[in-house]
Design a protein around this ligand. Structure first.
Ligand code: 6R9
Length: 646
């Protein structure tokens, strides 16, 4: 695939789109030359209780701080619900498609309002106040969205923990933000299999003495343990409170949510997003990137446990009065046509998924796609990792039958919303490129010394100035925020990603340049997996790297040194995989484990990951300079016993 294959904007699409090529250029230029004026105007897209007079107050150096619209007040849930009631009370806000094709629900804006108000009253009844943290460990059901919005309604800060995380990971996240209340369900349901959510909460709470309340949604009706005085059924609580709960007045810079994400070092950090700027940015990107028009049915397949679910299942779409589809299941259950059956069933117009799902479905051939009609589809989106041109072309030609533009959207938990992406009516696409920046976004490419690289080039991707959706701090650790994002290249936000910029100024994200690996679009810190491994009594040392994986994008390759006297056996290998699953969750399971008597280290004791990455990638012919190693012979042994011979 060369840079020369360009897919023009389909004419029919451009004529109805919110943004065409000329207005993209005009608005982008304006957003960069006068951000105050630009965002001052755009901020009006949401309803404010007290309008802001201040727009932007941000610094990426010295006293690092980020504030947008900071003297304004609003309520995020009122923006996502109440303000639509006059015109669309009966319109469907959420279409829920269950794991089984036999289950579905349509929730109107009026119903959403009633449920969110009741749940907010339940939270209040249990003592939750503005600023308190509420942990949400729930499956993909509408009650999860109700929970997020109920927190927003009263100014509580939600921390959604992905249902695939282990009790131990859940415990860490509850403790880090000191939540006193957890919302969960009896069990989740995915691909016909049950996920023991309540049992996991029970396990986690053994080490969380401050949690006094657990509210449990009955999803499957499965048996659960019960602690009287602590555990409450959601349906009983909901019926016992009033459906009336006026929205609290919340400051633009008051926190909306915490979302834990993996970095290159240490434990996952609590990325903190605030209210005003986040909502302006999430709603604006949702409207323009997905070219959302009234009446469209929009479906993002992400889990609400990730940022994509926050910004593009819940907040962005609902702020825009959209109909957003929430899917409990998986792409290949009951069979590999499921995504497209759901598209036909609910007449989905805009479909947003991850490259890993596209690659998995591509492997099943065109049959399962062609059995469905998909004529409702107008636009396709991709997020989470670089999309390889083969998958892009299959998505475009087979799923979209050459008719639908693809928006490859690059962004991060930290960015709150999409930063680099085509606007489908404005920007011609190239398979594998996220193309051009959104309004107000100033990408810069720097070399390892921080020098700006101009024109067509390749290097580290930074952002030169703030945008309203940017994270504000790491919860409880502002110093870590400054260190992680603003110290590598002082004065700039460092994304952790590498990228190439071509002659047309298009960005091609090449993947992480730090010790973060991206497995099926899920971010994992190698340090987290290593610390899980060394917590096993038989493991002395571990080093984890990513390697190219056909389906997952990257796989997890672990080098493990056992303690003296332990034998490297097959059962132990399996046990270690299970161990990591239990410690972190299934998404962190190592794909390959190599028992290594020694790891390649410099004389100062630093593990040379560059070499480990090459061996894991089966590129041992090109190891580069190994002369600085304390003991170069370990490399020979590692190459001989490498696990990936693909
Ligand atoms: C939204 C989300 C962020 C990391 C990011 C990058 C990778 C996301 C991408 C992409 C290439 C895209 N990433 N979208 N890489 N093209 N369109 O995924 O947030 O879970 O925090 O991951 O994912 O490496 O730095 P998050």
């Amino acid at each position: 695939m060369t840079d020369t294959s360009i897919f023009p904007v389909p004419e029919a699409f451009a004529s109805d789109a919110w943004v065409d090529a000329a207005s993209y250029q005009r608005l982008y230029d304006q957003s960069i030359s006068d951000p105050e004026a630009f965002w001052g105007e755009q901020g009006k897209r949401i309803d404010w209780i007290r309008p802001y007079t201040q727009v932007k107050d941000c610094s990426f150096s010295g006293d690092v701080h980020i504030r947008w619209f900071h003297d304004g007040t609003l309520n995020v849930s009122a923006n996502c619900i109440d303000r639509h009631l006059a015109t669309r009370a009966d319109q469907t806000a959420i279409i829920w498609e269950g794991d089984s094709p036999a289950e579905q629900r349509h929730i109107s804006y009026a119903e959403l309002h009633a449920s969110v108000c009741r749940l907010a009253n339940v939270l209040k009844k249990h003592g939750v106040q503005k600023g308190d943290r509420v942990t949400i460990y729930m499956p993909m059901i509408p009650e999860t969205a109700f929970a997020m919005l109920a927190c927003a309604r009263i100014g509580a800060i939600h921390s959604v923990v992905f249902g695939g995380f282990s009790p131990d990971s859940l415990k860490d996240r509850i403790q880090d933000c000191d939540s006193r209340i957890v919302l969960t369900a009896d069990e989740g349901l995915r691909g016909g299999r049950k996920v023991p959510l309540k049992a996991n909460v029970d396990q986690a709470l053994k080490s969380c003495p401050n949690v006094g309340t657990v509210v449990v949604v009955r999803r499957t009706g499965g048996q659960v343990a019960w602690e009287d005085g602590r555990d409450f059924w959601y349906h009983e609580e909901m019926s016992a409170v009033s459906p009336d709960c006026p929205p609290e007045e919340i400051g633009a810079e008051d926190p909306l949510f915490i979302l834990y994400t993996s970095g290159s070092t240490g434990k996952p950090k609590g990325v903190l997003h605030t209210s005003g700027g986040y909502l302006v940015y999430a709603s604006m990107t949702h409207q323009y990137v997905f070219d959302y028009h009234d009446g469209d049915v929009y479906w993002c397949t992400a889990d609400v446990g990730w940022v994509t679910g926050h910004s593009y299942i819940v907040y962005g779409p609902l702020a825009n009065g959209a109909t957003t589809l929430m899917f409990e299941g998986i792409p290949n259950y009951p069979d590999s046509s499921r995504f497209w059956q759901v598209v036909d069933k609910h007449q989905v117009n805009i479909f947003y998924t991850a490259p890993t799902a596209i690659r998995a479905l591509m492997r099943e051939g065109e049959g399962p796609v062609k059995r469905t009609s998909r004529t409702s589809l107008r636009l396709l989106g991709s997020v989470g990792e670089p999309i390889n041109p083969e998958a892009w072309l299959w998505y475009h030609n087979v799923v979209g039958e050459g008719r639908c533009p693809i928006v490859d959207t690059w962004w991060q938990t930290e960015t709150g919303g999409i930063l680099i992406s085509p606007l489908p009516g404005a920007i011609p696409t190239k398979p594998g490129s996220a193309t051009l920046p959104f309004f107000g976004v100033r990408p810069v490419v720097v070399d390892n010394e921080g020098h700006h690289l101009e024109g067509a080039t390749e290097g580290n991707l930074c952002i030169a100035d703030s945008w309203p959706g940017q994270m504000r701090t790491v919860f409880g650790d502002h110093e870590r925020f400054v260190q992680t994002y603003f110290s590598t290249f002082p004065g700039k936000y460092f994304t952790g990603d590498g990228c190439r910029r071509d002659d047309d100024g298009y960005y091609w994200i090449t993947g992480r340049v730090d010790d973060v690996i991206n497995v099926s679009g899920h971010r994992m810190g190698t340090a987290e997996i290593e610390s899980a491994l060394v917590a096993h009594p038989k493991v002395a040392e571990a080093a984890v790297v990513g390697y190219p994986h056909d389906l997952k994008g990257q796989g997890i390759y672990a080098y493990v040194t056992l303690v003296d006297g332990e034998e490297p056996t097959e059962p132990l290998r399996k046990e270690l995989v299970q161990w990591v699953r239990k410690e972190i969750g299934p998404i962190a399971s190592p794909d390959l484990i190599q028992f290594a008597p020694g790891l390649p280290k410099t004389r100062s004791g630093k593990i040379m990951r560059r070499i480990l990455r090459k061996i894991a990638a089966n590129e041992h012919e090109a190891l580069g300079d190994t002369s600085t190693l304390a003991d170069p012979t370990v490399v020979t042994e590692l190459v001989e016993n490498r696990q990936n011979r693909a």
